[in-house]
Each structure stands twice: as C-alpha cells, then as structure tokens.
Design a protein around this ligand. Structure first.
Ligand code: ADP
Length: 370
C-alpha cells in the first residue's frame, strides 16, 4: 500500500487547505494511506508527531478555512544536507514513499534537491548505521510532486498560483472601502500591496479598481516618474474625479533600481508648492490582510483539482519521470517539469533586476484610469 504525504511550505496562501483535503481524500480513495507533514520541512526534520496519518474525516470542513491548518514554516536545517539526511530517515521510518508539496519556488527547489540527492542520502544512512539495507529496500526512488501555493502569482509556467485570486479579491475589497472615504473627502490614497519581485497583484488590482497610477517591479519607472504621475493625476482630477488611488507594489523601483516608496508618492501628491497637486493624501499599507481570510471559490477549485491531479501524478510516476508540478494552462490542469518552471522564474527575476523586464516580457506602456 502506497503511503502518500502532503505538506505546505514557505509563505501560506488561501487554498492550501483545499489542496491538503483533496490529496488526503484522493489518496484514500485510490487505496493509499494519507499522511500530513506538519510545519513544512521542519516536520520532516523533526519527525515524530509532526508526521501524522490522516483519515477521511480529519479534513472535513477544511475548504472554508483560511491559511494552512497543517502549519508552514521556514526551515533552515533543510537548506543543508545534514538536515535533509534526517528528513530522509524520518520519511523511511514512517514508511512514506511519496511527497506532495504545496509551496513557493523556494520550497519546490528544496523538494527537487531532496529528490536528486535521495539515493546518496540512503547510502549515507546505511553507511553510518542509522538504517539497514533491508529498511531502505523499498524506498529506492523518492516520488515528489509540486503544487504552487503563493499569493503573488509568481511562478512561470502556470496561469495562476493557488491563493493569488483570493489575495487579489481582498485587495479590491479594501480599495473599494478606501475609495468610498477618499471620494467623500476628495482625498488621495497611496495603497501599498504585496509583491517584492512580482507585480501581478498590484497590476491586476489597478485594472480591477480603475486606479489612477500603478507601480510594479516589472516596469521600472523613468527617473522622472514624478512628472508622469502628476500629469496623469492632474488630468483625472480635471475630468472630475474626486478620488485619487495610486497602487504601489513593495518591489516598485525606478530604472536605476532605486526603490519607489509610498512616502515619496504621498509627498508628491500632497505637494503644496506652486504647481503641486496639493491633495490631502494618506498611505495605507494593506499588509497581511492580503494573505489571510478564506479562499475565494477559484482557489478552492484550483487547489482541489490540482490536489487530485497530484495524487494521480504520484501513482503514475516511474523512476525516470522528471519531478513534475501541477499547473493550470488555459483552464486545463496539466503536469509540467518543475525545475524548468523554477529556472524560467529565476530568469525573469534576473531580467527585472537587470531592468530589462519590458524587453523580456514584451510589455507596452500601461496606464489605468476610470
Ligand atoms: P517559498 O516556498 O514560499 O518560496 P522559501 O523560499 O522561504 O519560501 O522556502 C521555504 C522553505 O523551503 C525554506 O525554509 C527551506 O526549508 C526550503 N528551501 C527553500 N529553498 C531551498 C533550497 N535551495 N534548498 C533546500 N531547501 C530549500
């Protein structure tokens, strides 16, 4: 009987509970034993009670819960081989032969490294007397499948990561609240949203709320962005707009790579000197409300469908299969090579760092206004 474990790792995202529920139930449905590894890689390294066998009823009601109920953690030990050696031993002692991991690109990179090292980890465990040849016998190949859980929608090769639409919905809801008061007082608001390397949330929130101006890492602004923004905001005001909304991603920057901060934007909007906009301006940093709360229906269905597919991928894998992750492309749930997607993601981040993103992505000028 196959023993399939599921874990969540890295930053939490809405929809991770849907993944765990789907994996547990699909595994049981397919005649396997289902396990949860609590607290991400920390659970593998510590073992013991953090690796638990799950029954059908244990995941009842999980679809409507936010966060991840099996916990997640950053685990320093797993970055190093000795940590992964203990993890391998704990997996074998629990009899686990397949691991489904829902996390960001860091977690998935760690997973692939673990799988690549697996044969040598087993050798070492036998050589230093921690396990016997008989004990490792049935575990020659580690079967791993990745699922992308991230609010940032920051993995190449999939149209949406599990959690990104919940975060986007939350941001839009918050911007709506702010707009009501902004409009009443004819104020301006600078709203900072998450996204250090990826501006998807900021960009989509800008489109969905009709923001006046958006700053994202992928489109570094010209050095004279202040003049550009002032012109746009002034034009919108002249058209009769009583509110000004500027959305800025955490990783926003100019073409020199200098961070563009909400404070600078606020100072510009509030500038009372001659020719200044002189708007009554506030800053709102949305922070962790973007991560928390329940998942929207899209993330619940995505997590469920991908969780089911992950179990199928585990059951169909052969030792030759490249480590897959489950993606969604044009509304179809598909398996793709994990490390190719991680490598592409790294290339794109490098392009952002090299301030060459527009070329890499073929982006054109963007401006969003009501
Ligand atoms: P995310 O998965 O959201 O990108 P992190 O990058 O923090 O988040 O990764 C989560 C955990 O995955 C880390 O705490 C570590 O245990 C493991 N991990 C990340 N990158 C690696 C790596 N290159 N090698 C081994 N383990 C890694």
């Amino acid at each position: 009987k196959k023993k399939i474990a599921v874990m969540t790792s890295g930053g939490d995202s809405p929809g991770m509970n849907a993944v765990v529920r789907a994996v547990v139930r699909m595994a049981i449905h397919m005649g396997c034993d289902a396990y949860c590894v609590y607290e991400g890689y920390e659970g593998l390294v510590q073992g013991g009670d953090l690796i638990k066998k799950m029954q059908w009823n244990d995941v009842r009601g999980w679809l409507s819960e936010g966060g991840t109920l099996i916990g997640t953690a950053r685990c320093m030990a797993f970055y190093e081989r000795p940590g992964r050696l203990v993890a391998a031993k704990n997996m074998i002692l629990h009899g686990i032969d397949a691991l489904i991991i829902c996390g960001g690109d860091g977690s998935l990179t760690g997973a692939d490294k673990f799988r690549a090292e697996w044969p040598s980890l087993l050798e070492e465990l036998v050589a230093n007397g921690q396990l016997t040849k008989e004990q490792i016998g049935p575990y020659q190949h580690l079967n791993i499948v990745g699922l992308v859980g991230s609010i940032d929608n920051d993995l190449s090769g999939t149209d949406a990561t599990i959690g990104c639409y919940s975060a986007l919905a939350r941001i839009c809801e918050m911007v709506d609240y702010i707009e009501a008061t902004a409009s009443s007082h004819s104020r301006a608001f600078v709203i900072e949203v998450m996204g250090r390397h990826c501006g998807w949330l900021a960009l989509m929130a800008g489109v969905a709320t009709g923001a006046d101006f958006v700053f994202i890492p992928e489109r570094p602004r010209d050095r004279d962005w202040k003049a550009d923004m002032s012109t746009v905001v002034r034009r919108h005001r002249e058209l009769g707009k009583r509110k000004t909304i500027v959305i800025v991603a955490e990783g926003a920057r100019d073409k020199d790579g200098t961070k563009i901060t909400p404070e600078e934007i606020k100072d510009l909007l509030a500038d009372k000197s001659e020719g200044g906009l002189a708007l009554d301006t506030r800053i709102t940093t949305l922070g962790h409300v973007q991560r928390g709360g329940t998942a929207v229906s899209y993330d619940r269905t995505l997590g469920t469908l991908q969780g089911v597919e992950a179990v199928r991928a585990v059951l169909e894998a052969t030792p030759e299969t490249e480590t897959p992750f489950i993606a969604i492309n044009e509304n179809k749930i598909v398996r793709k090579p994990l490390m190719k997607a991680v490598a592409e993601t790294k290339e794109l981040s490098k392009a952002v760092d090299a301030k060459d993103f527009e070329k890499a992505m073929g982006l054109r000028d963007t401006e969003f206004a009501d």
